[in-house]
Design a protein around this ligand. Sequence first.
Ligand SMILES: [Zn+2]
Length: 389
Amino acid sequence: MNMLLIKNAEVHSPVFLGIKDILIAGEKIIAVENEIDARALKSIEIITIDGTGKRVIPGLIDAHVHVAGAGGEGGPATRTPEMQLSHMLDGGITTVVGCLGTDGFTRSLEAVLMKVKSLKAQGVSAYMYTGSYQVPTPTLLGDVGRDIALIEEVIGIGEIAISDHRSSCPSTAELIRLVEHARVGGMLGGKAGIANMHMGDARDPFRPIYDAVENSELKLTQFFPTHCNRNPYIFEDAKAYGKKGYVDLTASSYPYDPENEIKPSKAIVELLSAGVPLEHITLTSDGNGSLPNFDREGRLISMDMGLPKSIMSVMIDTVTEENLPLETAVAVVTSNVASILRLRDKGRIEPGKDADIVILDKDYAISDLISRGQMMTRNYERLKKGTYE
Ligand SMILES: [Zn+2]
């Protein structure tokens, strides 16, 4: 069995634990102690990593990535490619949740599921949402509830679009039925069964969610709305919404539309000062989503693509530019996401959790990265690459 010992590192679990040693066996963290003496285990081969002067945090969880590609809104030439393994590792991401996105017509959930399986086989953890922007939404087995209950990798639905010119504008009854089926599928499968909602630029953007909750037994916490920093008015509404529901911010688009978008690290600070509980705030990349660039006449002039590593950059900005404690910034991309998505073995450095660990140097560069107990990066050297990288 693979055994690793991290010595003398400042551990942010994300809760700050001080200087600790961490012992990993196979894919699990088995001990976090003041001092672990490897000499007592001399018959077992242990790789020791010196964590002196370094900070250790859980592997990041990116809960909204178009892993099998997305986009295409500027025609066939603007379709984005599949995410590569290195796109995750570059940003210290060890767990990803894939989604389909705008194109539920020509792209398939089968491709997303196969990509998720491929990432798992390459050493990281991967899950997915069933469905797309559209309602009725595509499924794998005929109903979202069946997908969530029966398919191991499927943990919820998304991204379902509301308040957007590209959404199906689902009626309240349609939205209730869809989210209820996701919820029951989640109960049967022992999963979150949550609805990841793409929030668009329409005014009063949370109205469809409020209407669904007011007309059913659903709770706001059954919804997981994303892009809540896309413009000033959704962000204002999110400050009230976030007191009861979850608020997910998007990292990769900034500073793509700086006139409208709220800088994500600043958004975290402002949500907290508006009284939104920290546990309700998350940050995802929208990686491999397309970022179309239009001129004043609305003509497409260029295309860009979001990258997963943007969540690590925002996490660092939150500490270095906004002066929030590292444990607060880390929670937004680790433990908060794990709790909301009910990924029980993820997002925390504790005995029994999966050994997904990022080691950061004093400049917040990744020196070492461990995914499911396997070293992906060691002393700044990438040990593991994607199959075709
Ligand atoms: Zn979206």
